[in-house]
Ligand binder design. Structure first.
Ligand code: S3P
Length: 427
């Protein structure tokens, strides 16, 4: 349980933990590479630790000291059949990307996770991987975990994904690296491209054109050093807090600003907020900057279309931020929210509603009516890290105390969240 007292303002300079998407990929690609991969800035959150655990169970030696991880790569076909089930915990990225890798391996294994994972759709990756030749089964004809996977002898496909999802795209491209011929994935909107960038950093050729990405089969990865920048999805909670609390300003150092992830910056600007990128640079093919934010009275906006995949994980906290903007904020084209760690349309509406916020859930998003006085509430993360943190931010801008139940879920992506918040809040 986490107790949040209202804050007067936020001031100072800080850093957020490493990017979750990049940390997962660094461990997976390091395991498959030839040679050693040294990772710094690794996110020590529960999800990324699940990835380390799964690859360790397949015989990869992975040493971790704080945020420094050394992965002793075994080469693509050096993985061993695990003697037990692989447990991905709460991590959708682990199960979906790893399924793509397991689809290429000449052994059998069973993969499962927690109660939330058991409800999340898997056929979106199982379907195309079966089409490539992998033998995969699961409850409801492969829709749900546990998944049983026996890989090997794949052929390249051209897959048109019905949803913009980096997890689907990555699973297919990873399988494509050991399939016969070319594998291409086309998406309705471009999803995060960390897989494409990091594969290139590991020496793989990846071709991108518009909304389509291709790889040739039979490519090798070569181990290297990876420095993981701070996660913009974690920085988003702090950015929202600054926009909600008058006289606040904050410098968040060393944050990834990959254009497929910076929808939050575009939205803050569209709402009239002050946000600047400083000290821009490129590290391991990924753009990085320090983000400066200063409180500004925001106005409502419309968030839709190609912008949605660029801020999909930030929508819960954007909804919280919108409660303090002038006018309405409309979020649409975001039905994917329903299949995240919780149904985030329902959980945002129910939990943010407890603060007195005006949130109307819709089929593919929500409408938030702004300039609403929030009062402290007793809320539940429902086991969803981003719901827990978004509601904690609502608590900072509320009258009275807020209690966040099941707050341990926050460790999935932002260990040390409460301590970091306390260090920048003035009361
Ligand atoms: C992720 C992709 C996104 C995102 C998740 C991490 C990734 O999911 O919500 O937190 O690392 O590839 P989808 O690709 O399913 O939208």
């Amino acid at each position: 349980m986490l107790t949040i007292q209202p804050a007067k303002r936020i001031q100072g300079e800080t850093q957020v933990p490493g990017d979750k998407s990049i940390s997962h990929r660094a461990v997976m690609f390091g395991a498959l590479a030839e040679g050693t991969t040294h990772i710094s800035g690794f996110l020590q959150g529960a999800d990324c630790l699940s990835t380390i655990d799964c690859f360790s169970r397949m015989g990869v030696v992975i040493a971790r000291e704080g945020d420094r991880v050394t992965v002793h790569g075994k080469g693509w076909f050096g993985l061993q059949e695990p003697d037990q089930k692989l447990d991905v915990g709460n991590s959708g990225t682990t199960i979906r990307l790893m399924s793509g890798i397991l689809a290429t391996q000449p052994f059998h294994c069973v993969v499962e996770g927690d109660e939330s994972i058991a409800k999340r759709p898997m056929r979106r990756v199982v379907g195309p991987l079966r089409e490539m030749g992998a033998k995969i089964d699961g409850r409801k004809n492969g829709e749900f975990t546990p998944l049983s996977i026996r890989g090997g002898d794949l052929k390249g496909i051209t897959y048109t994904s019905p949803v913009a999802s980096a997890q689907i795209k990555s699973a297919i491209l990873l399988a494509g690296l050991q399939a016969e011929g070319t594998t291409t994935v086309e998406e309705p909107s471009v999803s995060r491209d960390h897989t494409e960038r990091m594969l290139r950093a590991f020496g793989v050729q990846v071709t991108q054109s518009g909304k389509s990405v291709s790889v040739q089969g039979g490519q090798k990865l070569i181990g290297r050093e990876i420095s993981v920048p701070g996660d913009i999805s974690s920085a988003a909670f702090l950015i929202a807090a600054v926009m909600m609390l008058p006289e606040s300003e904050l410098l968040i150092k060393n944050v990834g600003i990959n254009p497929t992830r910076t929808g939050i910056i575009d939205v803050v600007r569209a709402m009239g907020g002050t946000i600047e990128l400083r000290n821009e640079r490129v590290v391991n093919e990924e753009p990085v900057a320090d983000i400066y934010v200063a409180h500004t009275k925001l106005h409502g906006t419309v968030i839709e279309g190609d912008l949605i995949p660029r801020l999909i994980d930030e929508i819960p906290v954007i909804a919280v931020m919108a409660t303090q903007a002038v006018g309405e904020t409309i979020i649409r084209d975001a039905a994917e929210l329903k299949v995240k760690e919780t149904d985030r349309i329902a959980t945002v509406a129910s939990q943010l509603g407890k603060f007195g916020a005006k949130v109307q859930p819709t089929d593919d998003g929500m409408i938030i009516t702004g300039e609403c006085d929030l009062h402290g509430a007793d809320i539940n993360s429902m086991g969803d890290h981003r719901i827990g943190m978004a509601m904690a931010i609502a608590g900072l801008a509320s009258q009275g105390e807020t209690i966040v139940r099941q707050a341990e879920a926050i460790d999935v992506s932002f260990p040390g969240f409460a301590t970091l918040l306390a260090s920048i809040c003035q009361r």
